[in-house]
Design a protein around this ligand. Structure first.
Ligand SMILES: C[S@@+](CC[C@H](N)C(=O)[O-])C[C@H]1O[C@@H](n2cnc3c(N)ncnc32)[C@H](O)[C@@H]1O
Length: 336
């Protein structure tokens, strides 16, 4: 049962004049921590920039554009699985009335599509990109004036602790879009163990997982003909310039994406067209012609592999649904 002051017990806003949703900032890295992480990545033998740095306001909008591309099947395929099975999933698993906790909410569109079937008692949207989340939640509150909405600006890789007002009872964690693939399998297991620990016995996880498939389909999805994914990848350099005072020029770099079947992962990199020295507050790095910065992995699973990860993470019961081509899977795993 929600405790007094839980967000499940707040009075709904008046439909005609919804109050703007509240946004709390919890575990966002401070400027020093981000700087230290970015400098360490740029100093590594193979330079890296973590994928969470893609999401400045332009990066968040470019990702939304990627989901509209003909080559980018994950969003559409996941939506088709929801369209075919959501009412059954919701009823069979008693999801209506849950507190829906969105891990990396972005534009919140996916969660909004669940509202009619799940009728959540409250929606808690987590994202590291706070400006974009604020705009998304304001639109969402106008669309659903009586929905209890709380935004949480946080880096959920640092902590999954939620404000006290979010009830522990009936938490449904929602992690769509196959973002779990950005972790290595060992990191994914550790993260899912933490998600399991953040729910009580009646909690559950609804998660999208991209499946192993033909490399040509995978590579086209991460290297589209219009170059939107290339722009998304290159834009991380603008964000890094902003964060650590670097002088990356996007024109010096090109987008590279390929599938490694051994590791079952797409790798995205930025490759230097020619030798270039990049300066930033606190240092500099010279990149040779053709040298790369590794910006993202996106691991693909078979359904059996991912079912094993969920079991190892401590989830007791699970079910999954796929599309007719077996390109994508939606897993529902319950804590007990
Ligand atoms: C690939 S987008 C997915 C957005 C949406 N959930 C979807 O499936 O279309 C990833 C989202 O997660 C957020 N994100 C990435 N890393 C994060 C982190 N460590 N902590 C919190 N949010 C993160 C990004 O800002 C972005 O909005």
């Amino acid at each position: 049962m929600p405790r007094n002051g839980d967000i499940g017990s707040l009075t709904p806003a008046h439909p005609a004049a919804p109050a703007p949703p509240r946004l709390l900032e919890l575990h966002r890295p401070n400027a020093d921590a981000m700087r230290a992480e970015l400098l360490a990545g740029l100093a590594a033998p193979t330079a890296t920039i973590a994928p969470k740095y893609f999401y400045d306001p332009l990066g968040a909008r470019l990702f939304a554009a990627i989901t509209e591309l003909p080559e980018y099947y994950p969003t559409r395929t996941e939506a088709s699985i929801f369209a075919a099975h959501l009412p059954a999933i919701a009823d069979a698993y008693g999801l209506p009335g849950c507190t829906l906790i969105d891990l990396g909410a972005g534009n919140c569109e996916k969660a909004a599509r669940l509202f009619p079937a799940l009728r959540p008692a409250a929606y808690v949207a987590l994202d590291i990109a706070v400006e974009y989340l604020t705009t998304s939640l304001e639109c969402l509150q106008r669309e659903f004036p009586s929905m209890k909405i709380l935004g949480v600006g946080t880096d959920f890789t640092r902590s999954l602790a939620l404000p006290d007002e979010v009830t522990h009872a009936r938490r449904l964690f929602f992690y769509p879009g196959s973002s779990i693939g950005n972790f290595t399998p060992a990191e994914a297991l550790a993260f899912l163990q933490r998600v399991r620990a953040a729910m009580a016995g009646d909690g559950a996880l609804l998660i999208g997982v991209d499946l192993v498939k033909d490399a040509r389909v995978l590579e086209a999805a991460y290297d589209d003909a219009l170059g939107v994914t290339a722009a998304f990848n290159l834009n991380v350099l603008n964000h890094v310039n902003h964060l650590i005072g670097a002088d990356f020029h996007t024109a010096d770099w090109r987008h590279v994406a390929f599938y490694d079947p051994e590791q079952q992962r797409i790798e995205m990199h930025l490759q230097a067209h020619q030798a270039v020295t990049v300066r930033f507050n606190g240092g500099a790095r010279r990149f040779a012609r053709g040298e790369r910065i590794h910006t993202e992995n996106s691991y693909k699973y078979t359904p059996a592999q991912f079912a094993a990860v969920l079991r190892d993470a401590g989830f007791q019961a699970q079910h999954h649904w796929t599309d007719e081509r077996d390109w994508f899977a939606l897993f529902l795993a319950s804590a007990q």
